[in-house]
Ligand binder design. Sequence first.
Ligand code: UDP
Length: 391
Amino acid sequence: MSDTGGGHRAAAEAIREALYRRHPGEVEATLVDVFRDYTPFPFKSFPELYPWLVNHGKSSWGASFKLSNTRQRAKILSSTMYMTVEGSLKQMLRDHPADVVVCVHSLLTRPTMKAMRTLEKRPPYVVVVTDLVSTHYFWYDRHADRTLLPTPIAYERGLKAGLSPATMRITGLPVHPRFNEQLTDKPSARAALNWHPTLPTILLLGGGDGMGPVSKIARAIDERALNCQLAIITGRNEALKAQLEAATWSQPTYIYGFVKDMPRMMAAADILATKAGPATISEACIAGLPMVLYDAIPGQEEGNVDFVLENNAGVFANQPRAAAETIEQWLHEGESALRARAANARRAAKPNAVWEIADEVWEYAHMPPIPTQARKKFTLKDVAEQIGLDL
Ligand code: UDP
């Protein structure tokens, strides 16, 4: 995994917890931030660069996503990246001689597989795809032993990428087991958080890194002086937290940094205003929380918007004013309309996904190491051959 956004860590922690609960004392799972701990510059700084790149270079990010998203280009780019990180990935495999390797990050899928294929024998490799719909070809490696997917569309893309149906399964996206447990009724959740017990409640967040126009949306909601309360989660974005804390508000407003009790926050809320992060959307579905999506990272998150719209679990309002207007309208429509939207969200939930994934991982951990045909070192010449260049 890597802390580029909050979703990869969330998925990895969810799978680890499900394994620990299913097999107490019998399993040890280590989370490795591969970019941060095992790659040279510039990849090493990816967790810090990612929110900046997405916030400041949104259209270039989207263009890069789309341009690189073909089977052949994904292969070439992964091979090129591999040339830079080969030694570090091999070191990672030496440092963590595991019975099974689980990958929850698209950019790491192929390079990790390549590094493993240089070993005489390698552990089984399970890929858990953590984007919901617009899954990049980076995710798919036909050498992976198992690829677990969130939706039928992600599965179809796997077929196009050349994966065999026998190696794929649709499970849903893994959400931490505590999500269901901490989903108390609204009054208890609000009491625990010290929020007003009856005011309609809006929860506003921008993924693990507090991305997107969170501040502008908060101000747009505030300007309407609605009869509501507002909770804002800024994640790891400390500058945003400081900015919001310095402001004054017309409704009761609670500002948090990175929170560890998201299920309680979601249980206490009536409406979620969020960017279209896959983990947040999957959690909100389990919590039965209707969504106003105010932003989507171009490329990777665009399909998540379709997922929410198709399930009638929310709307896309990609301007701060439009998002605030939708929230006002929803509040105006009253409780029964909100309850219907909440029920739609709940129908799209897959709370069992994490258990199914943990069971798959456990099964693969018990398979014997797989002999490989030791690969020769990958060179620039190999890349040239793949793109038909005569050097
Ligand atoms: N999250 C959290 N605490 C926070 C903010 C976010 O635990 O203060 C979690 C959130 O519950 C979700 C993940 O971070 O599991 C965000 O993942 P998502 O895929 O929605 O967006 P990303 O941050 O990866 O862009």
